[in-house]
Design a protein around this ligand. Structure first.
Ligand code: SF4
Length: 500
Protein backbone atom coordinates (compact mmCIF):
# COMPACT_ATOMS: atom_id res chain seq x y z
CA UNK A 1 0.00 0.00 0.00
CA UNK A 2 2.83 2.38 0.78
CA UNK A 3 4.24 2.14 -2.75
CA UNK A 4 0.81 3.03 -4.10
CA UNK A 5 0.37 5.86 -1.58
CA UNK A 6 3.77 7.24 -2.65
CA UNK A 7 2.65 7.16 -6.28
CA UNK A 8 -0.61 8.98 -5.45
CA UNK A 9 1.12 11.67 -3.35
CA UNK A 10 3.74 12.11 -6.04
CA UNK A 11 1.07 12.46 -8.75
CA UNK A 12 -0.65 15.22 -6.75
CA UNK A 13 2.63 17.09 -6.13
CA UNK A 14 3.86 16.69 -9.69
CA UNK A 15 0.76 18.50 -10.97
CA UNK A 16 1.74 21.43 -8.74
CA UNK A 17 5.21 21.63 -10.28
CA UNK A 18 7.24 19.64 -7.75
CA UNK A 19 10.13 17.63 -9.14
CA UNK A 20 11.47 14.42 -7.74
CA UNK A 21 15.13 13.92 -6.88
CA UNK A 22 16.73 10.56 -6.30
CA UNK A 23 19.54 12.11 -4.26
CA UNK A 24 18.79 13.52 -0.87
CA UNK A 25 22.13 15.23 -0.36
CA UNK A 26 23.44 16.05 -3.84
CA UNK A 27 26.58 18.24 -3.85
CA UNK A 28 24.86 20.64 -6.23
CA UNK A 29 22.36 22.74 -4.22
CA UNK A 30 19.95 22.88 -7.16
CA UNK A 31 19.53 19.10 -7.04
CA UNK A 32 19.15 18.82 -3.28
CA UNK A 33 15.74 17.90 -1.89
CA UNK A 34 13.78 20.87 -0.47
CA UNK A 35 11.14 18.53 0.89
CA UNK A 36 11.53 14.99 2.22
CA UNK A 37 8.32 13.00 2.69
CA UNK A 38 8.31 9.66 4.50
CA UNK A 39 5.38 7.36 3.74
CA UNK A 40 4.85 5.35 6.92
CA UNK A 41 3.25 2.19 8.31
CA UNK A 42 2.05 1.67 11.90
CA UNK A 43 1.11 -1.99 11.80
CA UNK A 44 4.17 -3.04 13.82
CA UNK A 45 6.28 -1.23 16.38
CA UNK A 46 9.46 -2.02 14.46
CA UNK A 47 8.25 -0.17 11.34
CA UNK A 48 7.56 2.93 13.46
CA UNK A 49 10.95 2.71 15.18
CA UNK A 50 12.63 2.72 11.75
CA UNK A 51 10.85 6.00 10.94
CA UNK A 52 11.84 7.58 14.28
CA UNK A 53 15.49 6.71 13.55
CA UNK A 54 15.22 8.10 10.02
CA UNK A 55 13.69 11.29 11.40
CA UNK A 56 16.70 11.80 13.68
CA UNK A 57 19.07 11.47 10.70
CA UNK A 58 17.02 13.83 8.57
CA UNK A 59 16.79 16.40 11.34
CA UNK A 60 20.59 16.41 11.70
CA UNK A 61 20.82 16.98 7.94
CA UNK A 62 18.20 19.74 8.14
CA UNK A 63 20.15 21.58 10.88
CA UNK A 64 23.34 21.39 8.83
CA UNK A 65 21.48 22.77 5.81
CA UNK A 66 20.22 25.74 7.83
CA UNK A 67 23.83 26.88 8.21
CA UNK A 68 24.19 26.92 4.42
CA UNK A 69 20.83 28.70 3.92
CA UNK A 70 19.29 25.82 1.95
CA UNK A 71 16.31 24.88 4.15
CA UNK A 72 14.65 21.49 3.99
CA UNK A 73 11.15 20.49 5.10
CA UNK A 74 10.31 17.08 6.52
CA UNK A 75 6.87 15.52 6.18
CA UNK A 76 5.31 12.32 7.54
CA UNK A 77 2.58 10.73 5.41
CA UNK A 78 0.28 7.79 6.08
CA UNK A 79 -0.51 5.72 9.14
CA UNK A 80 2.06 7.14 11.58
CA UNK A 81 0.81 10.67 10.90
CA UNK A 82 -2.68 9.44 11.79
CA UNK A 83 -1.69 7.49 14.89
CA UNK A 84 1.01 9.68 16.46
CA UNK A 85 0.17 13.20 15.34
CA UNK A 86 0.69 14.94 18.70
CA UNK A 87 3.89 13.09 19.48
CA UNK A 88 5.32 13.73 16.03
CA UNK A 89 4.57 17.43 16.20
CA UNK A 90 5.84 17.83 19.72
CA UNK A 91 8.99 15.72 19.81
CA UNK A 92 11.92 18.09 19.21
CA UNK A 93 9.99 19.67 16.34
CA UNK A 94 11.28 16.97 13.99
CA UNK A 95 8.41 17.29 11.53
CA UNK A 96 7.06 20.22 9.47
CA UNK A 97 4.14 18.53 7.70
CA UNK A 98 1.81 15.69 8.71
CA UNK A 99 -0.69 14.21 6.23
CA UNK A 100 -2.86 11.20 7.07
CA UNK A 101 -3.76 8.55 4.43
CA UNK A 102 -6.87 10.48 3.34
CA UNK A 103 -5.19 13.93 3.18
CA UNK A 104 -2.75 13.63 0.27
CA UNK A 105 -4.81 16.01 -1.89
CA UNK A 106 -4.09 18.67 0.71
CA UNK A 107 -0.29 18.23 0.45
CA UNK A 108 0.39 21.27 -1.81
CA UNK A 109 -1.47 23.54 0.64
CA UNK A 110 0.22 21.97 3.67
CA UNK A 111 3.67 22.48 2.11
CA UNK A 112 2.83 26.09 1.25
CA UNK A 113 1.82 26.77 4.87
CA UNK A 114 4.99 25.04 6.11
CA UNK A 115 7.00 27.40 3.88
CA UNK A 116 6.01 30.14 6.29
CA UNK A 117 7.80 28.27 9.08
CA UNK A 118 4.73 26.71 10.76
CA UNK A 119 4.19 23.07 11.62
CA UNK A 120 1.04 21.95 9.81
CA UNK A 121 -1.17 18.87 9.96
CA UNK A 122 -4.19 17.25 8.26
CA UNK A 123 -5.11 13.79 9.52
CA UNK A 124 -8.85 13.83 8.87
CA UNK A 125 -10.16 10.41 7.86
CA UNK A 126 -12.76 10.25 5.11
CA UNK A 127 -15.68 7.93 4.42
CA UNK A 128 -15.28 8.47 0.68
CA UNK A 129 -11.71 9.23 -0.36
CA UNK A 130 -10.37 6.59 -2.80
CA UNK A 131 -8.21 8.90 -5.00
CA UNK A 132 -10.21 7.47 -7.90
CA UNK A 133 -9.41 10.44 -10.14
CA UNK A 134 -5.70 10.60 -9.28
CA UNK A 135 -3.64 8.58 -11.76
CA UNK A 136 -0.65 7.40 -9.74
CA UNK A 137 2.82 7.98 -11.22
CA UNK A 138 4.08 4.42 -11.45
CA UNK A 139 7.76 4.15 -10.68
CA UNK A 140 8.12 0.71 -9.13
CA UNK A 141 11.57 -0.84 -9.52
CA UNK A 142 9.89 -3.76 -11.27
CA UNK A 143 9.13 -1.55 -14.28
CA UNK A 144 6.79 -4.06 -15.92
CA UNK A 145 4.65 -4.47 -12.82
CA UNK A 146 2.31 -1.92 -11.29
CA UNK A 147 0.03 -1.62 -8.28
CA UNK A 148 -3.53 -0.38 -8.66
CA UNK A 149 -5.44 0.58 -5.53
CA UNK A 150 -9.07 -0.59 -5.66
CA UNK A 151 -10.28 -0.03 -2.11
CA UNK A 152 -9.09 1.54 1.14
CA UNK A 153 -9.76 1.00 4.82
CA UNK A 154 -11.05 -1.91 6.85
CA UNK A 155 -14.26 -2.68 8.78
CA UNK A 156 -13.09 -5.90 10.41
CA UNK A 157 -11.62 -4.66 13.68
CA UNK A 158 -9.39 -7.66 14.42
CA UNK A 159 -8.52 -7.22 18.06
CA UNK A 160 -4.75 -6.75 17.51
CA UNK A 161 -4.88 -4.42 14.51
CA UNK A 162 -4.40 -0.66 14.26
CA UNK A 163 -5.37 -0.40 10.57
CA UNK A 164 -9.09 0.46 11.04
CA UNK A 165 -7.95 3.38 13.24
CA UNK A 166 -5.28 4.69 10.89
CA UNK A 167 -6.91 3.97 7.52
CA UNK A 168 -10.59 4.37 8.38
CA UNK A 169 -13.69 2.59 7.05
CA UNK A 170 -13.85 0.46 3.91
CA UNK A 171 -14.60 2.31 0.66
CA UNK A 172 -14.13 1.13 -2.90
CA UNK A 173 -13.05 2.94 -5.99
CA UNK A 174 -15.59 2.98 -8.88
CA UNK A 175 -14.98 0.13 -11.29
CA UNK A 176 -14.75 2.45 -14.33
CA UNK A 177 -11.76 4.35 -12.94
CA UNK A 178 -9.95 1.08 -12.12
CA UNK A 179 -10.54 -0.26 -15.63
CA UNK A 180 -9.27 3.01 -17.11
CA UNK A 181 -6.05 2.80 -15.10
CA UNK A 182 -5.45 -0.85 -16.02
CA UNK A 183 -6.05 -0.06 -19.73
CA UNK A 184 -3.53 2.78 -19.51
CA UNK A 185 -0.97 0.49 -17.86
CA UNK A 186 -1.51 -2.16 -20.53
CA UNK A 187 -0.95 0.49 -23.24
CA UNK A 188 2.29 1.48 -21.51
CA UNK A 189 3.57 -2.10 -21.72
CA UNK A 190 2.98 -3.14 -18.10
CA UNK A 191 2.76 -6.96 -17.91
CA UNK A 192 1.58 -7.49 -14.35
CA UNK A 193 -1.00 -5.57 -12.33
CA UNK A 194 -1.51 -6.14 -8.62
CA UNK A 195 -4.89 -4.97 -7.32
CA UNK A 196 -4.42 -3.49 -3.86
CA UNK A 197 -6.57 -2.94 -0.81
CA UNK A 198 -6.51 -3.52 2.96
CA UNK A 199 -9.25 -6.09 2.32
CA UNK A 200 -8.98 -6.28 -1.41
CA UNK A 201 -11.61 -9.01 -1.88
CA UNK A 202 -14.17 -7.09 0.21
CA UNK A 203 -14.38 -4.73 -2.80
CA UNK A 204 -17.88 -3.32 -3.24
CA UNK A 205 -18.61 -0.59 -5.77
CA UNK A 206 -21.79 1.29 -4.82
CA UNK A 207 -21.09 4.28 -7.07
CA UNK A 208 -23.89 3.60 -9.58
CA UNK A 209 -27.58 3.11 -9.03
CA UNK A 210 -27.73 -0.13 -11.00
CA UNK A 211 -25.21 -1.69 -8.60
CA UNK A 212 -27.58 -1.28 -5.64
CA UNK A 213 -29.47 -4.41 -4.66
CA UNK A 214 -30.69 -6.46 -1.77
CA UNK A 215 -28.44 -9.49 -2.27
CA UNK A 216 -26.51 -10.30 0.89
CA UNK A 217 -22.74 -10.57 0.42
CA UNK A 218 -21.67 -14.19 0.10
CA UNK A 219 -18.81 -15.15 2.41
CA UNK A 220 -16.53 -18.18 2.44
CA UNK A 221 -18.37 -21.12 4.02
CA UNK A 222 -18.10 -21.17 7.83
CA UNK A 223 -16.89 -17.54 8.07
CA UNK A 224 -18.64 -14.58 9.66
CA UNK A 225 -18.12 -10.87 10.20
CA UNK A 226 -18.37 -8.74 13.31
CA UNK A 227 -20.43 -6.21 11.34
CA UNK A 228 -23.93 -6.58 9.93
CA UNK A 229 -24.10 -8.37 6.57
CA UNK A 230 -23.58 -5.92 3.71
CA UNK A 231 -25.94 -5.88 0.75
CA UNK A 232 -25.69 -4.99 -2.93
CA UNK A 233 -22.83 -3.47 -4.88
CA UNK A 234 -20.56 -4.67 -7.63
CA UNK A 235 -18.37 -7.29 -5.97
CA UNK A 236 -14.76 -8.43 -6.27
CA UNK A 237 -15.57 -11.29 -8.67
CA UNK A 238 -17.24 -8.78 -11.07
CA UNK A 239 -14.22 -6.48 -10.91
CA UNK A 240 -11.73 -9.33 -11.34
CA UNK A 241 -13.70 -10.59 -14.33
CA UNK A 242 -13.65 -7.17 -16.03
CA UNK A 243 -10.02 -6.34 -15.20
CA UNK A 244 -8.75 -9.69 -16.49
CA UNK A 245 -10.54 -9.20 -19.83
CA UNK A 246 -8.66 -5.97 -20.64
CA UNK A 247 -5.46 -7.61 -21.88
CA UNK A 248 -4.98 -11.39 -21.83
CA UNK A 249 -1.20 -10.82 -21.75
CA UNK A 250 -1.31 -8.86 -18.47
CA UNK A 251 -1.10 -10.98 -15.34
CA UNK A 252 -3.47 -10.03 -12.54
CA UNK A 253 -2.65 -10.51 -8.86
CA UNK A 254 -4.37 -9.10 -5.78
CA UNK A 255 -3.38 -8.39 -2.19
CA UNK A 256 -4.16 -8.40 0.66
CA UNK A 257 -7.36 -10.43 0.89
CA UNK A 258 -9.33 -11.57 3.94
CA UNK A 259 -10.14 -15.33 3.99
CA UNK A 260 -13.83 -14.60 4.66
CA UNK A 261 -14.33 -13.13 1.16
CA UNK A 262 -13.62 -16.14 -1.05
CA UNK A 263 -17.04 -17.33 -2.22
CA UNK A 264 -16.84 -20.08 -4.86
CA UNK A 265 -17.42 -17.68 -7.79
CA UNK A 266 -14.12 -15.89 -7.03
CA UNK A 267 -12.27 -19.21 -6.87
CA UNK A 268 -13.83 -20.50 -10.12
CA UNK A 269 -12.89 -17.29 -11.89
CA UNK A 270 -9.26 -17.60 -10.74
CA UNK A 271 -9.23 -21.22 -11.91
CA UNK A 272 -10.72 -20.43 -15.33
CA UNK A 273 -9.00 -17.20 -16.34
CA UNK A 274 -5.45 -17.79 -17.62
CA UNK A 275 -4.14 -14.36 -16.72
CA UNK A 276 -5.36 -14.37 -13.10
CA UNK A 277 -2.45 -15.76 -11.12
CA UNK A 278 -3.10 -19.01 -9.29
CA UNK A 279 -1.69 -17.55 -6.12
CA UNK A 280 -3.72 -16.69 -3.04
CA UNK A 281 -2.58 -14.94 0.10
CA UNK A 282 -4.66 -16.39 2.92
CA UNK A 283 -3.72 -14.72 6.21
CA UNK A 284 -4.39 -17.27 8.98
CA UNK A 285 -2.71 -15.45 11.94
CA UNK A 286 -3.07 -18.52 14.20
CA UNK A 287 -3.88 -22.24 13.97
CA UNK A 288 -5.82 -22.26 17.24
CA UNK A 289 -9.59 -21.59 17.25
CA UNK A 290 -9.28 -20.22 20.81
CA UNK A 291 -6.67 -17.62 19.74
CA UNK A 292 -8.58 -16.83 16.54
CA UNK A 293 -11.61 -16.02 18.68
CA UNK A 294 -9.53 -13.70 20.88
CA UNK A 295 -8.18 -12.10 17.70
CA UNK A 296 -11.79 -11.59 16.49
CA UNK A 297 -10.95 -13.09 13.10
CA UNK A 298 -14.44 -14.50 12.43
CA UNK A 299 -13.42 -18.10 11.72
CA UNK A 300 -12.19 -21.28 13.37
CA UNK A 301 -9.20 -23.46 12.50
CA UNK A 302 -11.64 -25.96 10.95
CA UNK A 303 -13.34 -23.32 8.75
CA UNK A 304 -9.94 -22.08 7.57
CA UNK A 305 -8.78 -25.60 6.69
CA UNK A 306 -12.09 -26.29 4.90
CA UNK A 307 -11.48 -23.16 2.84
CA UNK A 308 -7.95 -24.35 1.99
CA UNK A 309 -9.37 -27.71 0.86
CA UNK A 310 -12.01 -25.95 -1.23
CA UNK A 311 -9.39 -23.69 -2.84
CA UNK A 312 -7.11 -26.64 -3.65
CA UNK A 313 -10.02 -28.56 -5.12
CA UNK A 314 -11.15 -25.71 -7.39
CA UNK A 315 -7.60 -24.47 -8.23
CA UNK A 316 -5.41 -27.59 -8.05
CA UNK A 317 -2.17 -25.77 -9.01
CA UNK A 318 -2.64 -22.92 -6.50
CA UNK A 319 0.25 -21.40 -4.48
CA UNK A 320 -0.68 -20.25 -1.00
CA UNK A 321 0.96 -17.69 1.27
CA UNK A 322 -0.03 -16.50 4.72
CA UNK A 323 0.57 -14.25 7.76
CA UNK A 324 1.04 -15.52 11.32
CA UNK A 325 1.42 -13.79 14.67
CA UNK A 326 3.36 -15.58 17.43
CA UNK A 327 2.69 -14.89 21.10
CA UNK A 328 -0.71 -13.18 20.95
CA UNK A 329 -2.38 -12.43 24.31
CA UNK A 330 -3.08 -15.66 26.21
CA UNK A 331 -1.50 -17.98 23.61
CA UNK A 332 -0.58 -21.30 25.28
CA UNK A 333 1.99 -23.87 24.19
CA UNK A 334 -0.89 -25.98 22.91
CA UNK A 335 -2.20 -23.05 20.81
CA UNK A 336 1.31 -22.58 19.42
CA UNK A 337 1.56 -26.29 18.54
CA UNK A 338 -1.76 -25.98 16.67
CA UNK A 339 -0.27 -23.13 14.63
CA UNK A 340 2.75 -25.29 13.75
CA UNK A 341 0.47 -28.15 12.71
CA UNK A 342 -1.66 -25.83 10.55
CA UNK A 343 1.46 -24.56 8.77
CA UNK A 344 2.47 -28.19 8.11
CA UNK A 345 -1.01 -29.18 6.96
CA UNK A 346 -1.49 -26.35 4.46
CA UNK A 347 2.02 -26.17 2.93
CA UNK A 348 2.57 -22.53 1.98
CA UNK A 349 5.28 -21.21 -0.39
CA UNK A 350 5.65 -17.84 1.30
CA UNK A 351 4.91 -16.54 4.77
CA UNK A 352 5.06 -13.30 6.72
CA UNK A 353 5.61 -14.16 10.37
CA UNK A 354 5.87 -11.77 13.29
CA UNK A 355 6.03 -11.73 17.07
CA UNK A 356 3.01 -9.93 18.55
CA UNK A 357 3.48 -6.29 19.55
CA UNK A 358 0.53 -4.60 21.24
CA UNK A 359 -0.78 -1.43 19.60
CA UNK A 360 -2.61 1.31 21.49
CA UNK A 361 -6.31 1.94 20.68
CA UNK A 362 -6.93 -1.69 19.64
CA UNK A 363 -9.47 -3.99 21.30
CA UNK A 364 -6.58 -6.11 22.65
CA UNK A 365 -4.99 -3.03 24.25
CA UNK A 366 -8.20 -2.22 26.13
CA UNK A 367 -9.40 -5.74 26.97
CA UNK A 368 -6.56 -8.26 26.86
CA UNK A 369 -3.21 -8.73 28.51
CA UNK A 370 0.04 -8.86 26.55
CA UNK A 371 1.13 -11.68 28.83
CA UNK A 372 3.58 -13.72 26.75
CA UNK A 373 7.21 -12.96 27.68
CA UNK A 374 9.32 -11.53 24.86
CA UNK A 375 11.70 -14.51 24.85
CA UNK A 376 8.76 -16.95 24.57
CA UNK A 377 7.28 -14.94 21.67
CA UNK A 378 10.68 -14.99 19.99
CA UNK A 379 11.19 -18.73 20.50
CA UNK A 380 7.71 -19.51 19.14
CA UNK A 381 8.31 -17.22 16.17
CA UNK A 382 11.58 -19.01 15.38
CA UNK A 383 9.83 -22.39 15.59
CA UNK A 384 7.15 -21.15 13.19
CA UNK A 385 9.82 -19.86 10.79
CA UNK A 386 11.65 -23.22 10.88
CA UNK A 387 8.50 -25.20 10.08
CA UNK A 388 7.50 -22.68 7.44
CA UNK A 389 10.89 -23.02 5.70
CA UNK A 390 10.75 -26.82 5.79
CA UNK A 391 7.29 -26.81 4.23
CA UNK A 392 8.14 -24.13 1.64
CA UNK A 393 11.19 -26.19 0.62
CA UNK A 394 9.00 -29.26 0.23
CA UNK A 395 6.35 -27.38 -1.79
CA UNK A 396 8.99 -25.74 -4.00
CA UNK A 397 10.90 -29.01 -4.51
CA UNK A 398 7.74 -30.45 -6.05
CA UNK A 399 8.24 -27.94 -8.90
CA UNK A 400 11.62 -29.42 -9.93
CA UNK A 401 11.28 -30.80 -13.44
CA UNK A 402 8.28 -28.65 -14.30
CA UNK A 403 8.30 -25.84 -16.86
CA UNK A 404 7.12 -22.49 -15.55
CA UNK A 405 6.06 -19.36 -17.37
CA UNK A 406 8.23 -16.64 -15.81
CA UNK A 407 7.79 -12.88 -16.12
CA UNK A 408 11.34 -11.49 -16.24
CA UNK A 409 12.11 -8.67 -13.80
CA UNK A 410 15.74 -8.09 -14.82
CA UNK A 411 19.24 -9.01 -13.72
CA UNK A 412 19.60 -11.07 -10.57
CA UNK A 413 20.87 -9.00 -7.62
CA UNK A 414 23.51 -11.64 -6.84
CA UNK A 415 25.05 -12.09 -10.30
CA UNK A 416 25.14 -10.13 -13.55
CA UNK A 417 25.33 -13.52 -15.30
CA UNK A 418 21.81 -14.42 -14.18
CA UNK A 419 18.28 -13.13 -14.74
CA UNK A 420 15.48 -13.10 -12.22
CA UNK A 421 11.72 -13.34 -12.63
CA UNK A 422 8.53 -14.64 -11.03
CA UNK A 423 6.27 -17.59 -11.73
CA UNK A 424 2.50 -17.42 -11.84
CA UNK A 425 2.64 -18.58 -8.19
CA UNK A 426 4.88 -15.57 -7.38
CA UNK A 427 7.98 -17.67 -6.72
CA UNK A 428 11.30 -16.07 -7.55
CA UNK A 429 13.20 -17.92 -10.33
CA UNK A 430 16.89 -17.38 -11.13
CA UNK A 431 18.26 -18.59 -14.47
CA UNK A 432 21.39 -17.96 -16.60
CA UNK A 433 21.32 -15.04 -19.00
CA UNK A 434 21.41 -16.66 -22.45
CA UNK A 435 19.72 -16.17 -25.80
CA UNK A 436 16.60 -18.23 -26.41
CA UNK A 437 14.31 -19.16 -29.29
CA UNK A 438 11.43 -16.77 -29.92
CA UNK A 439 9.08 -19.74 -30.15
CA UNK A 440 9.87 -23.33 -29.18
CA UNK A 441 10.02 -24.27 -32.88
CA UNK A 442 11.91 -21.21 -34.22
CA UNK A 443 15.57 -21.36 -35.42
CA UNK A 444 16.74 -17.85 -34.52
CA UNK A 445 17.56 -16.85 -30.95
CA UNK A 446 17.22 -13.51 -29.13
CA UNK A 447 18.40 -12.08 -25.80
CA UNK A 448 15.86 -12.04 -22.94
CA UNK A 449 14.73 -8.63 -21.65
CA UNK A 450 12.86 -7.43 -18.56
CA UNK A 451 9.13 -7.69 -19.22
CA UNK A 452 9.42 -10.84 -21.38
CA UNK A 453 7.51 -13.99 -20.58
CA UNK A 454 9.91 -16.93 -20.71
CA UNK A 455 9.41 -20.65 -20.34
CA UNK A 456 11.87 -21.86 -17.71
CA UNK A 457 12.61 -25.47 -16.85
CA UNK A 458 13.01 -25.75 -13.04
CA UNK A 459 16.19 -27.57 -12.04
CA UNK A 460 16.52 -26.94 -8.30
CA UNK A 461 14.66 -25.29 -5.41
CA UNK A 462 15.05 -24.11 -1.83
CA UNK A 463 12.61 -22.46 0.57
CA UNK A 464 13.12 -19.00 -0.96
CA UNK A 465 13.54 -19.45 -4.69
CA UNK A 466 13.81 -21.71 -7.73
CA UNK A 467 16.67 -22.13 -10.21
CA UNK A 468 16.24 -23.14 -13.81
CA UNK A 469 17.15 -22.80 -17.48
CA UNK A 470 15.31 -20.61 -20.00
CA UNK A 471 13.82 -22.53 -22.92
CA UNK A 472 12.05 -19.97 -25.11
CA UNK A 473 10.13 -16.72 -25.11
CA UNK A 474 6.40 -17.19 -24.70
CA UNK A 475 3.20 -15.36 -23.80
CA UNK A 476 0.19 -15.85 -21.57
CA UNK A 477 -1.96 -16.44 -24.66
CA UNK A 478 0.42 -19.15 -25.90
CA UNK A 479 0.27 -20.68 -22.46
CA UNK A 480 -3.45 -21.17 -23.00
CA UNK A 481 -2.74 -23.10 -26.18
CA UNK A 482 -0.13 -25.27 -24.43
CA UNK A 483 -2.44 -26.05 -21.57
CA UNK A 484 -5.25 -27.10 -23.88
CA UNK A 485 -3.09 -29.35 -26.05
CA UNK A 486 -2.93 -32.94 -24.79
CA UNK A 487 0.49 -33.46 -23.18
CA UNK A 488 1.34 -36.49 -25.34
CA UNK A 489 1.16 -34.29 -28.47
CA UNK A 490 3.93 -32.02 -27.20
CA UNK A 491 7.60 -32.31 -26.41
CA UNK A 492 7.90 -32.30 -22.60
CA UNK A 493 9.70 -28.94 -22.45
CA UNK A 494 6.82 -27.08 -24.06
CA UNK A 495 4.12 -28.21 -21.68
CA UNK A 496 3.47 -25.65 -18.99
CA UNK A 497 3.01 -27.48 -15.74
CA UNK A 498 2.44 -25.09 -12.90
CA UNK A 499 2.53 -28.14 -10.63
CA UNK A 500 3.87 -31.51 -11.69
S1 SF4 B 1 -8.70 -7.53 8.37
FE1 SF4 B 1 -8.01 -7.42 10.48
S2 SF4 B 1 -5.76 -7.54 10.26
FE2 SF4 B 1 -6.53 -7.01 8.24
S3 SF4 B 1 -6.47 -4.77 8.16
FE3 SF4 B 1 -8.52 -5.33 8.87
S4 SF4 B 1 -8.44 -5.29 11.09
FE4 SF4 B 1 -6.32 -5.35 10.33
Amino acid sequence: MNVNDTEIAWSILQKKGYQRTAHLSEMCVYLQADVVLLVTCSVREKAEQTIWNRLQQLTAMKRKRLKTHTPMKIGILGCMAERLKMELLAREKLVDVLAGPDAYRDLPRLLAVADGGQQVCNVLLSLEETYADVMPVHHAPRGHSAFVSIMRGCDNMCSYCIVPFTRGRERSRPVCSILEEVRMLSDQGVKEVTLLGQNVNSYRDMSEEQFFGSDATKLSRGFKTIYQTKRGGLRFSDLLDQVSRIDPDVRIRFTSPHPKDFPDEVLHLIAERRNICKQIHLPAQSGSSRVLKAMRRGYTREAYLDLVRNIKQIIPDVSLSSDFISGFCGETEDDHQQTLSLIREVGYNVGFLFAYSMRKKTHAFHRLQDDIPVEVKQRRLEECITVFREEAERVNAALIGSTQLVLVEGESKRSAEDLCGRTDGNMKVIFPKEDVHVQPTAFSTVPISAGDYVLVKILSANSQSLRGRALSLNSLRAREVHCRTPPEDQPDEHVVQTQP
